[in-house]
Ligand binder design. Sequence first.
Ligand code: ADP
Ligand code: MG
Length: 729
Amino acid sequence: MEFEPTEEVKEPPRIHRLDESVVNRIAAGEVIQRPVSAVKELVENSLDASSTSISVAVKDGGLKLIQVSDDGHGIRYEDLPILCERHTTSKLSKYEDLQSIKSMGFRGEALASMTYVGHVTVTTITRGQLHGYRVSYRDGVMEHEPKACAAVKGTQIVIENLFYNMIARRKTLQNSTDDYTKIVDLLSRFAIHHINVSFSCRKHGAARADVHSVATPSRLNSIKSVYGLLVAQNLIKIEVADNDPSSSVFGMDGFISNSNYVAKKTTMVLFINDRLVECTALKRAIEVVYTATLPKASKPFIYMSIILPPEHVDVNMHPTKREVSLLNQEVIVEKIQSVVESMLRNSNESRTFQEQAVEASPSVPPVTSNDLDLSPLPSGSKSQKVPVHKIVRTDSSDPAGRLHAYLYSNTQKHLERDSSLTAVRSSVRQRRNLKETADLTSIQELINDVDSKCHSGLLDIVRQCTYVGMADDVFALLQHNTHLYLANVVNLSKELMYQQALRRFAHFNAIQLSEPAPLHELIMLALKEEDLDLESIENDDLKEKIAEMNAQLLKQKAEMLEEYFCIFIDSERNLSRLPILLDQYTPDMDRVPEFVLCLGNDVDWEEEKNCFQSIAAALGNFYAMHPPLLPNPSGKGLEFYRKGKHGKNPQDGENSSSHVGDGIAIEDEFEHELLSEAETAWAQREWSIQHVLFPSMRLFLKPPNSMAVNGTFVRVASLEKLYKVFERC
Ligand code: ADP
Ligand code: MG
């Protein structure tokens, strides 16, 4: 090749096998993502080795040094040569063993991985030996023969200079806050679950340990010693079990915080089959109950240990084994959620609920002195007054009187439930290669912002209200307890969609556009729509330039837009896929041009958090349930179509029709089509508001404080007096 440099350029590049150490390093980066993941693997190994005491020391957040010492059964001398090779394990030999795996490790990847991204030294002694052995590893192999050394019972593993050969990773980690707090948090979690093991965690060289637990028979004692008295004294014991093979088989026991507990962040310590895992669905389901039940906007402390038949858990779906997927997850989550709810209600005397009712009222805007009067609507609203006699009580589950409930059969109501574990597995596998949501702290921060700005009074309204109907193009009428409210569905849906975009981040299902839409043209359309008045030639040139620049910009960002937001832009610069923010809902495609322009113009591409936020906001605005662009055919909007039919001047309608016979017939048909299109658009929107927006809001929306003051909710009437009459009947 060296002799023909010019030839080489024309030929396709050679495909060659990657050097094995490169492959291994890439894989290692997946298993060991940050120092805390190395600690987790090491501690799990120690637990698997039946240790009763495990201590961890860390330098420089784990980047300089991680040292885990245990008093477990140790490692045989003969096994040391292959200890750090990939796929060497003592815990699994047949594939079937996976079904019943009890240990935490089984893939034999952790130690190997560490040797590809750090310097690993193992010191170990097995029972009955006079001395131990020490040996160092690099890239999966021993650097020298094991050296005899003095050792105390068990194994000590030291990792130095983690990620020394992954410069980018090291830099990112050095810039972010150090992993030490994460490591302390991890050890605390292990400590309160494995109460027969004593744990300690300290900074290297520090005299004081930041986690120090001693073996104890009482879980509560352990929680007290790790998380403190303030946590321990505010806990309620919880137990749930189900043994119905047709729905779910599981047992759960744990502790949850009561109404006196105050914290800004949720602490959820979850073990499933003794494995420390995360389950976002369960966490959110419980948080929902807390916000709905407790007056203070406190986040809960939760410790739960769930035991399931091993074959119902897929432990192998995630490279770090952190997330598991369960058979019948929804059923289990629901059952636990309802028990948490009833326990909270029971532990909370009625006092709590009175408090909540009192708290909710002052936060909700204008209440007029006369309960049955309508309060003034925010300026700029096109609302018509709703006569009180038209305000009726309806039940959201009862479709009576709502024609659309009959018009649209709701066949896809429930997504097909995965019935077999393989299905669960494959659906989650698809996500395996995505960057991990949980590791993107900026998205977590945005979600936390949403949570922390949630208005508890409005949340209660959103959760408990009954949808009565649309009062005008923008406001829906709701009933909550004895009050009627007008709620701005555009604002509400915009916020809901924004929050959904954050929550589903990187995990969207896709809407495929029937035809890929060219970005350039979309942006031109939007620009033209923006200034209909300024139609000049030079302006068009300018628009072309803007469209070109924006289309180019979006193409450059295509990879990120696709991976995180499921907005797919192909190499031809066509938009062909959009994310599903709420199941059963597609946005108004007439708004695609505006959305694309907004992506180009309004998104901050520089800073990660702002970038995600502005994209989610653009999606929110696009998916919001705006009034359709076509005028409302019922009420005033109908005039638009009549006007069109009779020419430009409605006054001389008769004349124009007699002059131009054929033209009118065509126009007529066109208007007719337009009218029916408009009717469908409006009817569909109303259907979506009732059947998608309101039910989803009940489940997912965290209404921000700002909604209490910006006219999104307006209290229009109180039904208390009517209720009294009603109760007497
Ligand atoms: P896995 O845990 O999946 O088997 P690892 O790479 O984590 O894979 O560990 C490989 C093997 O090394 C384990 O199967 C176990 O036999 C042994 N081992 C690792 N750490 C310890 C320890 N602290 N005490 C005893 N044996 C250990
Ligand atoms: Mg392991």
